[in-house]
Design a protein around this ligand. Structure first.
Ligand code: NAP
Length: 291
């Protein structure tokens, strides 16, 4: 990588950021396309978020990504917001837009685009029954993506804290033309699991580390070839959930295409170029991350 006096920079604002794959993803793509950009990761404490965001303007950054725990905190600092970011209530991408000698910060959320990438062309999901395990930050992007793309007949949120899921459902009521959203506790969800065409895990259950042996759904006999089971967790791949679903004949999707897809949608906005995702997937595979 050749960093010069004209190199534009993009940075990741979060805490912690040291283990993020975003620098690898974006720098691989910049290099593959010969773009004069560099991507760094910036650990930002909660009381420095505003200073960091305003610093993007002062330093002439091309933009930034925002990750946990600052995705909500940066929202009021944006000059403009995409409909997606507004509806989800969180920003993962900042674009520094220059016009008339001033810089304006545009906030977007590309997570729903990345989430939908592996589901493109799935006309069978239109108006289908669907279910999501978990109701945290990622679930908000998933709910937005599913409601706007597929207009499901039923979208069940399975949550261990139903009160939080009810707030989420209320926040998206304006996009829920079919009144599809409903909340179920885990022990009330069997019928919905069996009857849904798409099942999405947005909890950390199954993730490398202390949850690796866990699954959001213990009764794998409920999975059939009619199901598509989608796990946002990308390490390990496949997770226990996906292994058990595949063994029952379900179609499975892991979280890596979403990670790359959301990155590609941000990259496009900073550079005007389509990310060469085949090169990025190859670089990730070299590190053991497979899709
Ligand atoms: P989050 O905001 O903390 O939400 C996590 C959700 O999972 C909450 O609803 C939480 O319930 C629930 N949960 C946590 N532990 C649980 C358990 N032991 N049993 C049942 N439910 C549990 O986290 P997030 O940002 O949404 O991320 C969730 C997962 O998605 C992580 O594994 C993350 O790596 C993955 N993710 C992947 C991508 C990708 O690009 N592939 C993007 C975003 C996130 P409570 O509210 O009751 O705590």
């Amino acid at each position: 990588m050749n960093i010069t006096g004209t190199t534009r920079f993009v940075t990741l604002l979060g805490h912690p950021v040291a283990h993020s794959l975003s620098p690898l993803i974006h720098n691989t793509a910049f290099q593959a396309q010969g773009l004069d950009f560099v991507y760094t990761a910036s650990p930002v404490a909660a009381d420095r978020v505003e200073a960091a965001v305003l610093g993007l303007k002062a330093l002439g950054a091309a933009g930034a990504n925002v990750t946990i725990p600052h995705k909500q905190a940066v929202l009021p600092l944006m000059d403009t917001l995409s409909d997606r970011a507004q509806a989800i209530g969180a920003v993962n991408t900042i674009v520094c837009q220059q016009a008339d000698g001033t810089v304006r910060l545009h906030g977007d959320n590309t997570d729903p685009l990345g989430f939908l990438d592996p589901l493109r062309g799935r006309t069978d999901l239109r108006a289908a029954e669907m279910l999501i395990w978990g109701a945290g930050g990622a679930a908000r992007a998933v709910v937005y993506g599913l409601l706007t793309e597929f207009h499901p007949a039923r979208l069940t949120l399975v949550a261990r804290t139903p009160a939080k899921a009810k707030v989420l459902a209320a926040d998206f009521a304006h996009l829920d033309a079919n009144s599809a959203l409903r909340v179920r506790a885990w022990n009330e969800a069997t019928t919905a699991v069996r009857g849904s065409r798409l099942l999405v895990n947005t909890t950390p259950l199954g993730m490398h580390g202390r949850f690796e042996q866990a699954t959001p759904w213990e009764s794998s006999a409920d999975f059939t070839p009619s199901h598509t089971v989608y796990d946002l967790v990308y390490t390990p791949h496949p997770t226990r959930l996906l292994r058990e679903a595949a063994a029952r004949g379900s179609a499975i999707i892991g979280g890596l295409p979403m990670l790359v897809g959301q990155a590609a949608a941000s990259y496009q906005q900073w550079t005007g170029q389509a990310m060469p995702t085949d090169v990025v997937f190859a670089a990730l595979a070299d590190l053991g991350f497979t899709a």
